[in-house]
Design a protein around this ligand. Sequence first.
Ligand SMILES: [Zn+2]
Ligand SMILES: [Zn+2]
Length: 776
Amino acid sequence: MNSDPLYQSCNAPEESWDSKESITYLPGFRAKGSSGGQEENVTFFTSVLKEHYTLINSETKEALTWLAKLSPNKLAEMETTGLVSPIVGTSLFDSRVSRDYHKIFQAFGLMKRVEKGAMRWYYPRNLLNLTFDLESLRIALCEPLDSLRFYLSSATLVVVPSNLVDHWKTQIERHVRPGQLRVYIWGDQKKKPSAHILAWDYDVVITTFNRLSAEWGPRKRSVIMQVHWLRVMLDEGHTLGSSLTLTNKLQMAVSLTATNRWLLTGTPTPNTPNSQLSYLQPMLKFLKEEIYGQNQKSWESGILRLFEAEMEEGKSRLLQLLKRCMISARKTDLKAIPPCIKRVTFVDFSEEHAKSYNELVETVRRNILMADWNDSSHVESLLNRKQWKFRATTIKNLRLSCCVAGHIRVTDAGEDIQDTMDILAENGVDPMSQEYALIKYYLLYGGNCMRCKEWCRLPVITPCRHLLCLDCVALDSERCTFPGCGNSYEMQSPEELARPENPNPKWPVPKDLIELQPSYKQDDWNPDWQSTSSSKVTYLVRQLKKLQETNRMIGFPCENMEVMSNELNFSSNKIYLDVPLKYCRKSMNKWSQISLEKVIVFSQFLEHIHIIEQQLTIAGIQFAGMYSPMHSSNKMKSLANFQHDPNCMALLMDGSAALGLDLSFVTHVYLMEPIWDRSMEEQVISRAHRMGAARPIHVETLAMNGTIEEQMLRFLQDGDECRRLLNEEFESNDLDGTRSFRTLHDFAESNYLAHVSFVRTNSRTEKVPSSADVFI
Ligand SMILES: [Zn+2]
Ligand SMILES: [Zn+2]
């Protein structure tokens, strides 16, 4: 140690060694007479070489070989007269110019001096009986240099979705005294820090999943892989995905080295159409869970298949596994959180909107009825198990049409109906008659049902030439329901009916009726938000106006007094109108304590969001939008706006923004449609209903009366009953060895379609009872 107290700290540079003291130990050197190749010196040389890996080029290699091959006599010159620098390469070069290998030689402990234009290498001064350990250097040079140095670290790496970086930062600031934790944020854009900085200069390194993916590459050596972390944490860990398909993100997460591996998620099993458990295995793989995480086969045969087949053993193994590796904290365990008050509000359509919804219902019911009179084994029926894709699209359209009015364009209907008109002519309708023209007009453009007088876009024409809506025609499969008619259809028995489209017909069907109907070629359903008058949004605006009024009572800021506020030098340029000026300053400083009403408005449909935006703007309610396809930087701006601007009352968001945000100051959540995925709903509500919330949270789901939304809510309310029905369905279909529905989701969708009914805004006749009440 340096005898001068000024130079005794670890930070004192080596050059400040007391020149009078002899050096008895130096890495890379050995005592004369001792044997060469000492292990610690080999390690020393290896680490120097690795650290300077980027400097190793052909010239450096030549210089290192020169050094390693020196004879004992030549080596001895370094102690006395100095050894002339190696002349490497074929090109002329000035030995006084610094070369890459100089840095490595110096890192070995050798000293460089230029004397009379020539450069010489020396040992450090005052070495006491030490010599350079050439044998160790030779051994070190034989080791592969491209293996990277590994940094043992006491830091925690936290990987989060990009939109949660700020949340982690502010939470750390809020809960940890300044200076206690050194936090480094490595975002999506930032340039690469070096591995040793990450490992040694920080306690917490926060980065994003995007970064994690970007850092993975087959030949890439990411700096985050050069650190042995104390702890790696994945926030919203279920975003690893639902399969073991090797995404960059998953490969990287699994490859990280850490003593402890943590994973946080509020939704370990997002409710997807495919499987409830599929998200668990990637998470277990990340956690390196010994049995099921490391071996996909044991997971599949040990838990997944048993669980999906609803076998008790699958369930109990899953529970054991979760007990081993999971700590669960539910909201009910946290007494400090104020209650969450949920309610559902049913709203009625405007007449125009109902008409547009009914058009869609009509196509669904027409398809199902005309497929051998509600026979799900007909391949073209929406209820057929093979039609799940078509069914999913139809459901989506039906749900969307509860929020946004739209149209189905029926193109070239003229050609489609000609066959029908020809059959009618064969059966005695005079093509020149008024009746012929009327039927043709009805089939082309729609008209009012002759029985119930309701308008229908695609009426059914009976062989007895009565035009009926689907509700009326469906009342009886054997005869016309027009009052006073009662004409019997030509029935076909299941035996005669069997054909490729329906190998197993279930019941007799009215052959002549079905064959008479035109097969309309339909285009997609097109939502038209600009011209929608949405009852839900009208309701929403009314509620928000009330809340706006409450905010105004607390002392809503007003923009009229900007001039004065500048004089007062307030940080915000707005002050209260209703409050005497002397209170303003005090209140301004207390923005955070003022409990303004703040609202989340959630919708899964972009078209619906557009309507809401349009109507909020007209109503003068300030809001911020945070939904796809907005750029993430704009989403962040919106979020900041909602958080900090007291005028901005509502945040309009979709599922892409629902993950992990802390909006515990929010007081109301409006779910603009029922949400099928319970975990998605939970994610949205949890933005507001979470630790930190000081007031009860009101959650209101809006649904249209009598529509598929009402069916969905009923289904979701009673999950157990639904599963029981699904089981029955399974059992009844086991006879022919096929599973009729892939999942509960699929079953539910099929069920909605089987029971979807028209919405009547001003019933002129008694509403036809629908069989949708199966769940009540
Ligand atoms: Zn009718
Ligand atoms: Zn009739």
